[in-house]
Design a protein around this ligand. Structure first.
Ligand code: GDR
Length: 322
């Protein structure tokens, strides 16, 4: 019999790549989707028939309890979250619920009804926020600068406390930005590649962007979900920083993307002050030494290959639409 996995947020970029990986490894998969949001079946098109998909509110403890009691999964990957970061604190309750209550409900249900279940929490580099260190590792002090970051710190500590107090196999992956052709178009990488594809159809099309000098540590989501799985296959539960360890600016991303199509990005980009983020002044870079050493993990896809895959995927998408 294969293992059973429960994935919250399965229809997102990470959830769908992870589900594909686990299907190859013969897992039976239960995937939860937010019942208040339209499900993006596009990401699940390859695997829809191979998973049990449930519209499920993870803010409902009695439902979570029943589900865990019933399926007793070998592994839970808690990926559900409102991932677009609002630095203005407007969306804080929206952010806080899945990361805090959802994480707590799942861990508590595991403790009560399925204590052998291994648990993964999707933390984020945003927990470091305004970090005094040039690159961050598992020992770096947290200093979140957004409600999103604060909620991820809480989820991280809940996970750590259940691990230490109740001996649950629970880990947090502290993931830096990870992208792919499945990235939501709100995020800057996909916004660029999708609009670039539109430009190939209409040379008058423009892309409105905020701070082009903002830097991120970017990797491919497919590589990062493999690290999640590896974390739960270890003998001992521990937390890991997962990233590329390399910094690039939004401008670097633009230049490379446009160069693939022999275009000059400067002719198509309009800077929009409204898209600048007041609180987004911090540059975070991963130190992935521990993941290298213990998980034997490092990213397979480099920055240029990531961009190439995204650009040509969006061109195909636009061509199929027209
Ligand atoms: P981020 O990703 O906030 O880092 O969160 P995003 O792609 O939104 O921003 C990256 C950088 O690009 C700059 N930027 C713009 N961003 C957007 N979205 N739109 C623009 O037009 C634009 N112009 C410039 C931003 O200022 C920023 O510096 C992601 C998410 O996946 C989180 O869930 C995750 O926790 C973190 O990464 C690690």
């Amino acid at each position: 019999m294969g293992k059973v996995a429960l994935i919250t947020g399965i229809s997102g970029q990470d959830g769908s790549y992870l589900a594909e990986l686990l299907i190859k490894k013969k897992y039976k998969i239960y995937g939860l989707c937010n019942p208040h949001k339209k499900i993006d079946y596009q990401n699940l098109k390859k695997i829809k028939r191979k998973i049990t998909l449930k519209k499920f509110d993870i803010n409902n403890y009695s439902k979570i309890k029943k589900l865990i009691q019933k399926i007793k999964p070998n592994e839970i990957y808690h990926l559900a979250a409102q991932s677009f970061i609002n630095y203005k604190f407007e969306d804080e309750f929206f952010n806080l619920n899945p990361n805090i209550n959802g994480t707590h409900y799942l861990l508590s249900a595991v403790k009560e009804f399925s204590p052998k279940t291994k648990f993964y929490f999707a933390a984020s580099s945003e927990i470091f926020g305004n970090s005094s260190q040039n690159s961050q590792n598992e020992k770096t002090i947290f200093n979140p600068r957004s409600a999103y970051g604060i909620s991820k710190v809480t989820g991280y500590h809940l996970t750590k406390n259940y691990r230490e107090a109740y001996k649950i196999f629970a880990c947090s992956g502290i993931l830096y930005n990870h992208e792919s052709p499945r990235r939501n178009k709100n995020f800057v990488t996909r916004k660029i590649t999708f609009n670039l594809a539109k430009i190939t159809k209409n040379k008058k099309h423009k892309i409105f962007l905020g701070n082009l000098d903002a830097k991120r540590d970017w990797g491919h989501a497919r590589d990062y979900v493999y690290a999640m799985w590896k974390m739960l296959q270890q003998k001992k539960p521990q937390d890991f920083v997962i990233g590329s360890g390399k910094l690039h600016s939004v401008r670097d991303f633009l230049k490379i993307a446009f160069t693939y199509l022999k275009l000059d990005y400067r002719k198509f980009v309009i800077k929009d002050k409204k898209l600048y983020r007041e609180n987004d002044k911090y540059t975070l870079k991963a130190n992935i030494h521990k993941a290298n050493r213990i998980l034997k993990w490092k990213p397979k896809t480099n920055f240029k290959s990531l961009i190439k895959e995204m650009v040509f995927n969006d061109i195909k998408l636009i061509n199929n639409q027209s």
